[in-house]
Design a protein around this ligand. Sequence first.
Ligand SMILES: NC(=O)C1=CN([C@@H]2O[C@H](COP(=O)(O)OP(=O)(O)OC[C@H]3O[C@@H](n4cnc5c(N)ncnc54)[C@H](OP(=O)(O)O)[C@@H]3O)[C@@H](O)[C@H]2O)C=CC1
Ligand SMILES: O=C(O)C1=N[C@H](C(=O)O)C[C@H](O)C1
Length: 257
Amino acid sequence: MIKVGILGSTGRVGSLLIDDLEHDEQARVGAVHVFDKLTKQLPEDTVVTNDMKVLFDSSDVIIDFSAPGATEALLTEVVENGARKPLVIATTGFTKHQQNLLIEASKLVPILYATNMSLGVAVLNKLVALASKTLADFDIEIVEQHHKHKVDSPSGTALTLAEHAADARGLVLDEVRVSGRDGQIGARTKDEIAVMALRGGDIVGRHTVGLYNDGEFLELNHTATARNTFSKGAIKVAKWIIAKEPKLYSINDALGL
Ligand SMILES: NC(=O)C1=CN([C@@H]2O[C@H](COP(=O)(O)OP(=O)(O)OC[C@H]3O[C@@H](n4cnc5c(N)ncnc54)[C@H](OP(=O)(O)O)[C@@H]3O)[C@@H](O)[C@H]2O)C=CC1
Ligand SMILES: O=C(O)C1=N[C@H](C(=O)O)C[C@H](O)C1
């Protein structure tokens, strides 16, 4: 059995990972990192720790749905303290420094980083690239909707979708992204890509990429209706990455897309 370590084990997705692994035939929970207080009943032999080294030592692969600071500590354990286990990183909202740390760590251990662990969004990224390139004159606007507890904005998924759109048009996202409109803003410029965030209630995750032209528009939407779409997706790719070489992998690598 593959021993899975969980960073963010008390969170919304982390606790679903524990539930899903209870019924898995190839993988089980090996260790959980608990930041504050354990809230869940766990199998008796599960290692419960707030020490990154212990988390690494008790796991064959680690899945991370936590917070940027926690992921930074996980990656630091690899880069500075010699920890060597495959990682599946799902946390969003990284700073540039944290993104660079992820790249450094992936030279030492296999890392799969995906801002969205669903198959539907993996396919949506491809559709967005195709539509953005083919419909070169259309204006691109992205809207993401999430539950009221989400702390980062815009979502990692929305930024990844925007990157696919910008790349397909030979644009640099940081130069064309618009994150709000208010007041006398002037007419829309041709290349700008807006990424807007809505928050409310219990929306699991909804992303719409609109391509608008005079006379027609196309909207591509993905809606996650259950949060265990993400936990199940992460377990699937954790089984895939376990035998891989150190490198930064995308979810497309794991899904063969
Ligand atoms: N890629 C994907 O498919 C998806 C990614 N996500 C991302 O995953 C992350 C977690 O989401 P969600 O489960 O909803 O969030 P929650 O807030 O419910 O859970 C966050 C978890 O991280 C822990 N944590 C927070 N800060 C630290 C720290 N400094 N050190 C160690 N642990 C810490 C929390 O512990 P405590 O409870 O003790 O505070 C908790 O267990 C977010 O970044 C979210 O955007 C979410 C869904 C899908
Ligand atoms: O925080 C969430 O809930 C989600 N976060 C991810 C993101 O930021 O894209 C993925 C998913 O949409 C849910």
